[in-house]
Design a protein around this ligand. Structure first.
Ligand code: PLP
Length: 282
């Protein structure tokens, strides 16, 4: 298994990161997860662009452009003979003696990437998954895909312990997103999902789904919705790179409508699959 450390492809067993790497000590860095189908990256350019934007938001300059990163990831995928899975990549603000203040400008970011086999979650996508509600205790820059995920982890762990796939987060009455995905509801045929602001990560999957809706004439609203609207929804779904479009059939022990995936969600799943096949082949 090969990995990338600081731009070089190495065997995983010899790859090393320093104990004073700022990612390790502070979570001072940004990351991306890109889906791979048939050995090809899906929406790779969009993910690499968001990586650059996340880095800029934490005042970090990446040593590579998206145009330079793309072939590196392709090489890694090919060397690992990855068919269906993910590429994980992260940049931290480098290694220097522990200090909250940023290191000097000549300290280079640490760049790590690896691949992993991950199947499409076909059974869950077919049947739908369960969820819990949890207060969103994260910071106010959830638009940055940063390595600081403790708030997300605590919520996801609570969901896992309840036998659920996702924790739906809310700030008071307002639903924001999931612990590791974006959340949308469907009411009277209209899809509603939180606007892309500082309270959510603007998921690439979320954006792709909305683009599909525009093309297909499916109505959607990007706005905050409440816990009451969530309870009264006809359908609820989660979206994310590894989970694609995932029907949520239960929230905090209560079934969503009849407890089965709804038709709008089903239709989106099919349209999303068609988009994957268009970009990456059958
Ligand atoms: N929101 C959070 C908190 C996430 O961790 C993720 C990651 O999957 C998403 C949303 C969905 O983003 P994307 O569709 O780009 O994977």
């Amino acid at each position: 298994e090969y990995v990338i450390v600081d731009g070089e492809i190495l065997d995983r067993t010899v790859a090393k990161v320093d104990i004073e790497d700022r990612g390790y000590q502070f979570g001072d860095g940004v990351y991306e997860v890109i889906r791979v189908y048939n050995g090809k990256m899906f929406t790779g350019k969009e993910h690499l662009q968001r990586l650059v934007e996340s880095a800029e938001k934490i005042r970090m300059k990446l040593p590579y452009s998206p145009e330079e990163l793309e072939p590196k990831m392709e090489e890694l995928i090919s060397k690992n003979e990855l068919d269906t899975g993910i590429v994980y990549m992260q940049f931290t603000r480098g290694t220097s003696p522990r200090n909250h203040v940023f290191p000097a400008a000549d300290v280079a970011p640490t760049f790590v990437a690896y691949t992993r086999k991950v199947a499409r979650p076909v059974e869950s996508m077919e049947k739908g998954v369960r969820s819990i509600l949890d207060e969103d205790i994260r910071w106010l820059r959830c638009d940055i895909k940063s390595l600081n995920l403790l708030g997300n982890l605590l919520s996801k762990q609570k969901a896992a312990e309840a036998g659920c796939f996702e924790a739906i987060l809310h700030r008071g009455e307002t639903v924001t997103e999931g612990s590791h995905s974006n959340i949308s509801i469907v009411k009277d045929g209209v899809i509603i999902t939180h606007q892309a602001d500082n309270l959510i990560l603007n998921g690439i999957t979320r954006q792709k789904v909305l683009e599909i809706c525009s093309n297909e004439g499916i109505t959607f609203e990007e706005r905050a919705f409440t816990l009451d609207e969530l309870s009264a929804a006809d359908e609820v779904f989660s979206s994310g790179t590894t989970v694609e479009v995932m029907p949520i059939v239960e929230v905090d022990g209560k079934p969503v409508r009849n407890g089965e995936p709804g038709l709008v969600t089903r239709n989106l799943q099919n349209l999303f699959k068609a988009e994957i096949e268009r970009q990456c082949g059958q």
